[in-house]
Design a protein around this ligand. Structure first.
Ligand code: ATP
Ligand code: NCN
Length: 196
């Protein structure tokens, strides 16, 4: 079984997330995409975060926007096992599910700052990764330290269906079509509406 791991704050979730999950499911030939709703992104300000239950509900609603909603699983795994750093989460998941072929999924904005994540080179060596293009971050992600450091492990997009079966490090780009949605913009619109 091949499973995409899609970590996020989902504060709130939106159709951009459904786009990422659906694109990865289809282009990588995955059986499931697990939306790992983060207790708290360690690099973000906790004061901006809605409660986990609210973000889980939001992720459930957004996952229904994906064409194959039945392949989407919304999970509070990190809260249940008490992990916050992705490296710890992936160690816990791979230890519990040795037979599953996992792929880490993220938008290209996160590739641009991936070298700031705890144990990022170990994450690259732990499981294959797919980066889904996001407007506003295309240049920065292509020139990112992580892209340069693992340039030789890059798999051509045309071979994306093979990625889940590959030994890490292995990563690929999933490009087009772009989805411009962001949680920051949705929170700003909601706050503006509240002050009308
Ligand atoms: N429109 C999008 N296109 C591609 N990737 C996206 C898009 N929106 C979110 N992502 C990716 O989804 C994952 C979870 O993102 P997150 O929940 O932080 O949403 P966000 O819109 O980036 O939130 P915020 O604006 O609060 O930072 C990240 O890997 C992010 O790169
Ligand atoms: O482990 C880290 O150092 C780390 C740093 C920043 C983000 N992450 C993870 O990246 C995923 C996307 O985060 P976000 O806030 O951009 O949705 C989510 O699973 C976070 O826990 C992880």
């Amino acid at each position: 079984m091949a499973v995409g791991l899609f970590g996020g704050s989902f504060n709130p979730a939106h159709d951009g997330h459904a786009h990422v999950a659906e694109t990865a499911l289809r282009r990588l030939g995955l059986d499931r995409v697990v939306w790992l709703v983060s207790p708290q992104n360690p690099l973000k300000d906790a004061r901006d975060s809605a409660p986990l239950a609210e973000r889980m509900a939001s992720a459930r609603a957004a996952a229904k926007l994906a064409a194959d909603g039945r392949a989407m699983v919304i999970s509070d795994f990190e809260t249940r096992v008490g992990t916050q750093w992705t490296i710890d989460t992936l160690r816990a998941l791979t230890a519990r599910h040795p037979g599953v072929r996992f792929v880490w999924l993220m938008g290209s904005d996160n590739l641009a700052s991936f070298h700031k994540w705890r144990g990022w080179t170990d994450i690259m060596r732990m499981m294959p990764m797919a980066v889904i293009a996001r407007p506003g971050s295309l240049h920065h992600s292509r020139t990112a330290p992580a892209a340069a450091r693992f340039a030789s492990a890059r798999v051509p997009t045309a071979q994306a269906t093979l990625l889940a079966g590959m030994e890490a490090p292995a990563w690929t780009w999933l490009t087009a079509p772009l989805n411009p949605r962001s949680s920051t913009a949705l929170r700003a619109a909601r706050d503006a509406a509240a002050h009308l």
